[in-house]
Design a protein around this ligand. Structure first.
Ligand code: MN
Length: 465
């Protein structure tokens, strides 16, 4: 399990007894957080740091520890912040500044100067906040008594986002083919993506996948078909077309595993060696949190994987496209879908496997999952390349049950735009955000804000207040 270092700052000024107390209080807080966050990370209490060398050492240790995804700092006493400069400059992991106090209440009858000197985070954490600001280090802050539920939740959010950042900084993204010809918004600066988010975006010929697909065995396809039968309703007689998708899924998973790839994209313009556009194959992989976007959109593919990592359990997170509108005045709706590739995490009921011709491209009719989407409040998250930087654009939406569309042969999700269609869509267009996005009913705007903040990415919020 990934872990968080809990680091308490102090100094030598107070003597052995006070420092022993600082140390035991820190352990108690770290233990409390370890229990509370056991489902998310392990919390490791580090030795109290008292001087510049100890601070440098713990910051270097956190940076070098592959299992450590972030650091929580807290100043139990005063800890002169010039001591922290070099260590913080060397720290390569996300930081949460916990501004708390060991005791919830002041012991009014007992309090003396010793007590005040020992319990002065009100004072020491302001010194620490100043140096973080002065060094320009983006970080999270949690304020309040550490046992308060909202403080614990703030820390838990940091841990989830820190884990997602760790995942992001090691994420390999495979592009089968390139960006769809002539399309602008799905393209991007892959070098800058790696510098800012860590995404190692590399091109593979679709032939690489076709070769693996050709070597998939009948037994492997049979196993996959059994899984499909458990998960989905067969609404087709064209078993051969479904088996073809099973072959692609086995091949894709072999590719993902052998290359350590966590997100991928393809394009229907480059399918040499494949008889169908991967549909069902991709959909069944997306449900496991593997990132995907179509038409060579590596940014949305990677973003969907990172968002899935960041999301807490429950809810749905995945790639969708703004496809068609219902412009009935006052009750406008967006129909979100794609040619095939909508994740079954959005399904309101058991998806059906169907086979239909594609009206675009020149391939055999592909098998795909068809379903109506879930309902509830959600977020639409998009990343745009503005040339000089990336921007995250996120909008509040409300997913509604799709009306019956018996002739539509793809999965569909519908939503209302917040605060209303005109203002929400106008703001989306003005921000330059595209037609591909990640839709999530599991992430909150606070999660997305923190991710943007910790990666120094500008964020535009629409319909969220
Ligand atoms: Mn598309």
């Amino acid at each position: 399990m990934k872990k968080i270092y809990f680091v308490t700052g102090s100094q030598d000024l107070y003597g052995e007894d006070a420092l022993a107390r600082v140390s035991s209080d820190s352990k108690n807080i770290a233990n409390f957080l370890r229990e509370k966050l056991a489902d998310t990370v392990d919390v490791e209490c580090m030795q109290t740091v008292r001087n510049r060398d100890e601070i440098i050492n713990v910051c270097l240790a956190a940076t070098a520890d592959a299992d450590c995804v972030g650091v929580i700092t807290w100043m139990h006493t005063f800890s002169p912040a010039k001591m922290w400069i070099r260590g913080l400059q060397l720290l390569g992991k996300p930081l949460l500044h916990l501004h708390t106090q060991y005791n919830e209440h002041i012991p009014y009858d007992e309090i003396d100067m010793d007590y005040m000197n020992l319990n002065q985070s009100a004072h020491g954490d302001r010194e620490f906040g100043y140096i973080l600001k002065r060094l320009g280090i983006p970080h999270a802050v949690a304020v309040g008594y550490y046992k308060n539920e909202d403080v614990v939740e703030e820390i838990r959010r940091f841990c989830r986002v820190a884990k997602a950042l760790d995942f992001s900084r090691n994420l390999k993204v495979a592009m089968f083919g390139n960006n769809m010809r002539d399309v602008a918004v799905t393209d991007g600066d892959r070098v800058e993506s790696q510098i800012r988010f860590g995404w190692q975006v590399n091109y593979y010929g679709i032939g690489d996948l076709a070769d693996i697909a050709a070597s998939v065995t009948k037994g492997e396809i049979d196993g996959k078909m059994k899984e499909y039968a458990d998960l989905y309703v067969f609404n087709t007689d064209d078993v051969a077309a479904v088996r073809e998708q099973a072959r692609y899924e086995v091949a894709l998973r072999k590719f993902l595993d052998s290359t350590g790839t966590g997100a991928f994209c393809d394009t229907f313009q480059d399918l040499h060696g494949l008889r169908q556009l991967p549909g069902l194959a991709v959909q069944n992989i997306m449900k496991d949190g593997v990132g995907f976007a179509a038409e060579g959109d590596y940014k949305t593919a990677a973003l969907s994987a990172v968002c899935a990592k960041m999301a807490c359990a429950g809810g749905a997170t995945g790639f969708l496209e703004d496809y068609t509108y219902d412009l009935t005045q006052g009750s406008e709706l967006v129909l979100g879908s794609h040619m095939l590739e909508v994740s079954p995490v959005f399904a309101a009921s058991k998806p059906k496997i169907e086979v239909h011709p594609l009206s675009i491209g020149d391939k055999e009719p592909p098998a795909r999952l068809v379903f109506d989407g879930i309902t509830g409040d959600g977020l639409q998250i998009s990343m745009t390349d503005e040339g000089s930087n990336f921007r995250i654009v996120t909008a509040g939406i409300c997913l509604t049950a799709p009306k019956s569309m018996p002739k539509l042969p793809v999965a569909r999700v519908m939503w209302q735009v917040k605060p209303n269609f005109t203002d929400g869509v106008k703001a989306w267009l003005n921000s330059g955000a595209g037609h591909h996005s990640v839709v999530s009913t599991a992430l909150t705007i606070d999660d997305v804000r923190l991710f943007a903040h910790l990666t120094s990415t500008p964020i535009t919020e629409i319909g969220l207040n």
